[in-house]
Write a protein that binds this ligand. Structure first.
Ligand code: CA
Length: 414
């Protein structure tokens, strides 16, 4: 499917829409008289599938799949492809379903987006080679930039599901233990090196109870979102040895509101990079496992000035989400519907393609200049960070909706 498909929802046929009929991402919304309904984005509209299901218009094997206001129940069904085929047919130009379905369309501008699914657990990886090289060079020198395990396993840690929030949620600057290199003792204060991390999130849609292959892992991934893994670098620097990040990464992780299905991204598959060492059997590449998704980060200063601070691409990853998931299960670790895997920060090779302020400002030594002339090494209160992403074909694009969050001052009363 590499041509733009035509829909009777005419806004879905414009060349610049993020949501053509080829996309059909899944979200949850409130507004227009509805509370927490599941919806499918099409052009500038949303098809209210909770209402369409209640009116008995959908062809699903079970009832009340969308009544709970989350996509987890649908993920647990084995009807991903059939439902997408049904939607494509029903929303295609000339479909006889138009008369009944158009009563369940609502304008996106009237809606507020909620979390599209319940995150059961969140695991964050460190699988971008340029990011790992940049960070390693800053902390350990260019000679020892990549840890010895890095080219053999996708490094990760178990994060927090409880602090994953949907785009638009304000992010409170965290307090934490801080200790500068010349300080004798740590102090407890708001993070002064608060940062973003540009990532993609992969959503596990099928449970597993034992070790699975890379191909099985790929089958188990339901879809993708943009993900900003907010990080307090100064808290991290003091706490991370020997068990890795803890409070530095626990404040919040923002995701975009629309789950873009793996099927919508199929035409954009690309190969993982050349391997320096052959990967062990359980992690071997089995085909094109990454996606060509253009990504950028926009910084909005408190005065409203916007500066695009990064342009990069998901294909810069060293390990695919399927390899990360296969690795995650390699010990026998069970995975559940709604498990979220962060890719790791997606930095490109160039300075202007780095996916965090830590790298963009090189640890604060080379502050960025914003469009309004101000400089930034890390994020200040009132700054807003917006991730955008799209997979782009000649005549259509697959967008994710924005993934945005504004930094608000620490709560100093506790
Ligand atoms: Ca991260």
């Amino acid at each position: 499917m590499t041509q733009r498909l035509s829909s009777w929802v005419t806004s879905a046929n414009s060349a610049d829409t993020e949501f053509p009929l080829n996309n059909l991402p899944y979200g949850v919304f409130t507004g227009a008289g509805r509370t927490a309904h599941c919806g499918v984005a099409i052009g500038d509209q949303v098809l209210d599938v909770t209402a369409a299901e209640a009116a008995d218009l959908l062809q699903l094997g079970q009832r009340n799949v969308f009544a709970g206001g989350s996509w987890n129940a649908f993920m647990a069904l084995d009807e991903w492809s059939q439902f997408r085929s049904y939607l494509i047919d029903a929303l295609s130009e000339g479909s006889p379903a138009q008369t009944q379905l158009q009563a369940h369309l609502v304008s996106q501008s009237d809606l507020q987006m909620l979390m599209p699914f319940t995150v059961t657990e969140f695991t964050d990886f460190y699988a971008g080679r340029h990011h790992a090289t940049n960070v390693g060079t800053m902390f350990r020198g260019a000679e020892n930039a990549l840890p010895p395990n890095w080219l053999h396993i996708p490094i990760g840690y178990n994060g927090r599901a409880s602090s994953v929030v949907v785009s638009g949620t304000n992010i409170t600057r965290p307090f934490g233990q801080l200790k500068g290199p010349d300080d004798e003792f740590p102090r407890f204060a708001p993070s002064a090196r608060f940062d973003l991390e540009l990532e993609m999130g992969a959503i596990v849609g099928k449970p597993s109870s034992d070790r699975i292959s890379v191909d099985q892992a790929d089958d188990n991934i339901f879809g993708y979102v943009l993900l900003n893994d907010w990080s307090a670098r100064d808290i991290q620097a003091w706490e991370y040895q020997p068990l890795g990040p803890f409070q530095a990464k626990a404040t919040a992780t923002t995701i975009s509101p629309w789950i873009v299905t793996k099927e919508a991204l199929e035409p954009f598959r690309v190969n993982t990079p050349a391997r320096e060492f052959t990967l062990l059997e359980h992690l071997k590449d089995t085909g094109p496992m990454l996606y060509d998704i253009q990504l950028s980060v926009v910084h909005t200063a408190p005065d409203g000035t916007e500066t695009t601070i990064t342009n990069t691409n998901y294909k810069n990853m060293y390990y695919s989400a399927a390899q990360q998931l296969a690795h995650h299960t390699s010990s026998g670790c069970p995975m559940r519907v709604g498990d979220l895997l962060g890719s790791g920060t997606i930095s490109g090779e160039l300075k202007e393609s780095r996916g965090s302020m830590l790298e963009l400002s090189w640890g604060g030594k080379e502050p960025l200049t914003l469009s309004n002339g101000q400089s930034r090494s890390f994020l200040e209160d009132g700054d807003q960070i917006t991730l955008v992403g799209a997979a782009i074909q000649t005549d259509y694009r697959i967008g994710f909706g924005v993934c945005t969050g504004k930094i608000v001052p620490s709560n100093t009363t506790t």
